[in-house]
Design a protein around this ligand. Sequence first.
Ligand SMILES: [Zn+2]
Ligand SMILES: [Zn+2]
Length: 268
Amino acid sequence: MKNSYFWAALFILTLVNCRKTLSVNDRPMIDTEAFHNRNMGVSAAELLDDNIYRFLFVEIQFIAACKPEQATLDYLKSFLETYLNKPKGINIVLNEIPVIKQDALSRDEVLAIEKQKRTRFMNQDTIALYILFTNGVHPGNKILGMAYRNTSAVIYGKAIRKYSSMAGRLTHQELETAVLLHEIGHLLGLVNKGSTPISQHIDSTFHDHCNNRKCLMFHSVETKNLSSILLKGNIPVLDSNCIKDLIANGGKNVPDYQPFIQPFDPAY
Ligand SMILES: [Zn+2]
Ligand SMILES: [Zn+2]
């Protein structure tokens, strides 16, 4: 009798083991480095929907002088929670890195820093973003931020400081928030870079951008020109065309959503 229990137990154990092996085999092995080394917007659906990735980890690395302000982080969390389907949650973690010697940082130089410093990557049902707040500037000196791979973006802190806080214009925190959310918008596939436009709202000159001057995805939001059009207290938000694109690509459907910040009225 004892013997038959033994064989039954062994049989069940074998079954359990088989199942485990099968479920691991079910999911193809993913090359983490290759996963994060794709073009801007390619991960839009992976970030927006919950088909595979149900948890989002946002790793922010910063140089001490360019630490993002708490209100900026609050806006980021609210923005992500509004549009992303991540039922297991969204975590934002900050860590400081040493000052970067070069002043001008090209895409390749930023990428080299990321490759050396980034610690969080996709894993099972978690997807990860990497945002670098650097003390550098873009070599052209016109761009304040850049989404440069499918899960990576840089915010040029020195440029943000330079172009903010002019009388009556956006404060440092407001400009930082606008640029950061604009780059996140690119990572979410806006415009026509991974999230297919539901209506025609692509800017005819500045591709990847929205043609609505009041939208967060208008091209000047990430450039130094922004500071001359935005009035203090009025950070741009996504317009309905951009929101529809996100929803169609798996983003949260929030019909009654009220922007957490006031839409702005550019002073042209
Ligand atoms: Zn842009
Ligand atoms: Zn738009």
